[in-house]
Write a protein that binds this ligand. Structure first.
Ligand SMILES: [Zn+2]
Length: 361
């Protein structure tokens, strides 16, 4: 099968393709249906999990597609490829492979980055019973990021204000303020939520119910798009334990960038998946890599995100501009070009193989 056929144009066909590939690989499968929501064609929305390898595994590789909804278009193709190319045959004898397809199925189906409740899943793993991280830097920008009108003078004034802010403080500071994670503006960009979202609960269920209790070492590849050079795939380490950096460099090589050290194309983030996994399975030796595949220039991606949030805060998603903005989001986070897809899948398969070798060593 050509690599381009691993990829699907939308959520519904991606889900079918993943389930068929999992069945052909004789994987054990389980689905978690998102209640009260449907896709654009009335289709059911679910997180689908495929599992291969030893039942009482000591180590595991977990590959996640669709943490940021729309980015699942790329991630899904990679999961299908791993199954079709039978990468699990490289598993160590005491290892298992878990593939999570569409952990945020609403965002995937509706071409949004956030979940059904407007939450950035990769900012949602904070302790909601404690004081939340500061949103002060985002607060200064919110009204410019999501102006009341998307056309005309109000939008022009907002763009000018953002441009002036970037000039004064630098682009890195702007990126950190916008994307680090905020907890005060529901409907805003990179909103971490006010409670644990459905997708977060499902990840924790998978860790407790599907990942064998015998697993002691866990490698995670969390597949993302929208940042960095086109199709490159920057491996971004998100580590809680001090040994993870040495491990990641040994397994994956010197391309690894440490999120907490500020080395990455991504800003430092709060409430990421790694924090949730650490809380759910605190005894695991965790090596989590977020893979970031570039798509379009960063300002174009930001503009698509702003349009999407404007649509849901101030516009009407069934208005004519709704369909156009969804296409803008799709183009900002995915490419239909076969060369881009081949590069994205090749990088993912290479890192998955290195992870399996690292877990076995
Ligand atoms: Zn992402």
């Amino acid at each position: 099968m050509p690599i381009a056929e691993y990829f699907s144009p939308d959520y519904a066909s991606a889900r079918e393709r993943f389930r068929a590939a999992a069945a052909r690989a004789a994987a054990a499968s389980v689905s978690y249906v998102l209640p009260d929501h449907r896709g654009p064609n009335g289709e059911m929305l679910s997180l689908d999990v495929a599992q291969l390898g030893a039942a009482e595994a000591q180590s595991a590789l977990l590959v996640i597609a669709g943490t940021h909804g729309v980015e699942g278009l790329a991630g899904s193709g990679c999961l299908v490829g791993l199954l079709e190319d039978r990468l699990h045959e490289a598993l160590p004898t005491s290892g298992c492979l878990l593939l999570l397809h569409a952990i945020n199925p609403y965002g995937f189906a509706w071409l949004r980055r956030v979940t059904e409740d407007g939450v950035d899943l990769n900012r949602n793993f904070v302790d909601f019973s404690s004081p939340l991280p500061s949103s002060e830097a985002y607060e200064r920008l919110h009204d410019w990021l999501v102006p009341k009108a998307w056309e005309g003078e109000i939008r022009q004034a907002a763009d000018a204000a953002l441009g002036a802010h970037a000039q004064q403080y630098g682009f890195a500071a702007l990126q950190a303020a916008v994307s680090g994670g905020q907890y005060t503006r529901p409907g805003g960009l990179f909103y971490g939520g006010a409670r644990e979202t459905w997708s977060a609960r499902m990840l924790l269920r998978v860790l407790r119910e599907v990942l064998p209790a015998t697993v002691q070492r866990l490698a995670v590849l969390d597949l993302h798009t929208g940042l960095g050079p086109p199709a490159y795939g920057e491996p971004i380490l998100d580590a809680g334990d001090p040994g993870a950096r040495e491990r990641a460099l040994r397994w994956y090589g010197p391309d690894v960038r440490d999120l907490s050290a500020g080395e990455s194309v991504s800003a430092r983030l709060t409430g990421t998946l790694a924090r949730g996994i650490e809380r759910a399975r605190p005894k695991l030796e965790l090596t989590l890599i977020g893979l970031e595949f570039g798509t379009r220039p960063v300002m174009e991606v930001l503009t698509a995100l702003r349009a999407d949030h404007w649509l849901h805060l101030h516009g009407r998603s069934d208005a004519p501009e709704g369909a156009q903005i969804r296409q803008q989001m799709r183009a900002a986070f995915y490419s239909d070009a076969a060369a881009w897809q081949a590069a994205v899948y090749g990088r993912t398969a290479d890192l998955a193989f290195r992870a399996l070798r690292g877990l076995g060593g």
